[in-house]
Design a protein around this ligand. Structure first.
Ligand code: ADP
Ligand code: MG
Length: 347
């Protein structure tokens, strides 16, 4: 471990469940947006299937409920099916059984209301991203704070790219992908990623900064057990991200009168009090497992793990840190799986 000042910042701010202070600008923007109707939407993520927009603030009529800011996700190519999927995770949970959070689905625009919705809201989208399509609204994974972003850039970006990276507003939507299953090789070292969106941190970097790698491994293992045994999904292409959450995230897992909740009417939380969390997201390609056909189900589970990005520890890695990380992962996965199966009364 190298105890440089930037490593210290990363160790502190990426530590799961640690409280973090947010930049005034983020908190103020979110607070301000709570009051302004028709806030414009900003792109915070792009994937193969859709674009993810930030909806800052709230327009709630139900002051009682509390929750973080939301993400509006739009898919021009195909309809979202939030209701057809069991929710794999829940809110970031207690330290007794810490598991990754998974963004809650708050609502979507039904087909019959699509044209009217777009007529009303088209102007809120950026010009180059306003193609009409299906969309649904999910809880936002809040980004990492400015301290982490600065430390990532100073530590890992080429010197000549640092100033522009720190000034680039796109980099504010910073989430980190913990890659416990891989160390950087020449290829990654020669081609460092130039954006903080989905910034990968490999095992050698996590080790170098002194991150609590076992904690990541255990939470991931529990997350995967929840995806497999509670949600019954293979987890194909799922992502893990280190981000943050407001500390008053207390929405029920199922939003009451879910179908009648209109987009933009879920309240935001207190953006100034936040905590670092591990999140699981992107279940577009996850398939329901059929446990009656166990061999097929098992094959799906293995493929989903081996063909995904290297989030999970590598059982064949040889360094003692890698081996110990795998052991922690395996133990936590088995314990969590047995626990869930017992609760569900499955063998
Ligand atoms: N709820 C969310 N909060 C914040 N950022 C998100 C959220 N969902 C997705 N993103 C960001 O947007 C990116 C693309 O979204 P994703 O769901 O992975 O789309 P796709 O299925 O097209 O890959 C993610 O990798 C992540 O960085
Ligand atoms: Mg994705």
């Amino acid at each position: 471990m190298e105890n440089t000042p930037w490593n210290k910042v990363l160790r502190r701010t990426l530590s799961l469940h640690s409280a973090i202070s947010t930049t005034p600008s983020f908190a103020e923007r979110a607070e301000r947006a709570k009051l302004v109707d028709g806030t414009r939407l900003r792109v915070i993520g792009r994937g193969n299937c859709g674009t993810v927009f930030e909806v800052p603030g709230t327009h709630t009529r139900r002051a009682r409920t509390k929750g973080p800011s939301r993400t509006m996700r739009i898919s021009p190519t195909r309809p979202a099916r939030p209701s057809s999927r069991p929710r794999p995770g829940s809110k970031p949970s207690s330290p007794m059984f810490p598991s990754p959070g998974s963004p809650k689905v708050y609502g979507w625009v039904p087909c019959a209301e699509m044209d009217t919705w777009w007529e009303k809201n088209h102007a809120r989208f950026p010009e180059q991203d306003n193609e009409r399509g299906f969309l649904f609204q999910v809880q936002r994974i809040l980004p990492l704070p400015e301290d982490s972003r600065t430390a990532l850039v100073r530590n890992y970006f080429p010197t000549q790219a640092q100033t522009s990276a720190l000034e680039d507003p796109e980099n504010k939507a910073c989430l980190v992908r913990p890659y416990l299953g891989k160390r950087r090789s020449k290829r990654e070292l020669d081609n460092p990623q130039d954006t903080l969106r989905n910034y990968p941190l490999y095992m050698d970097q996590l080790e170098d900064m002194g991150a609590d790698i076992f904690q990541f491994a255990k939470e991931m293992a529990i997350g995967l057990a929840i995806v497999h045994w509670q949600a019954g999904l293979d987890g194909m292409d799922m992502e893990f991200a280190i981000g943050s959450a407001t500390m008053d995230t207390d929405l029920p897992a199922v939003v009451p009168r879910f179908k009648r909740v209109k987009p933009f009417c879920v309240p935001a939380g207190d953006f100034k009090r936040r905590q670092t969390h591990l999140w699981m997201l992107d279940f577009d390609r996850a398939q329901k497992l059929d446990f009656e056909r166990w061999k097929v189900a098992r094959k799906h589970m293995v493929t989903a793990v081996t063909e995904n990005d290297p989030y999970f520890p590598d059982p064949s890695a040889t360094s003692s840190m890698d081996r110990d990380t795998w052991k922690k992962f395996e133990e936590a996965h088995v314990t969590a799986s047995e626990h869930i199966l017992k609760l569900r009364n499955l063998p």
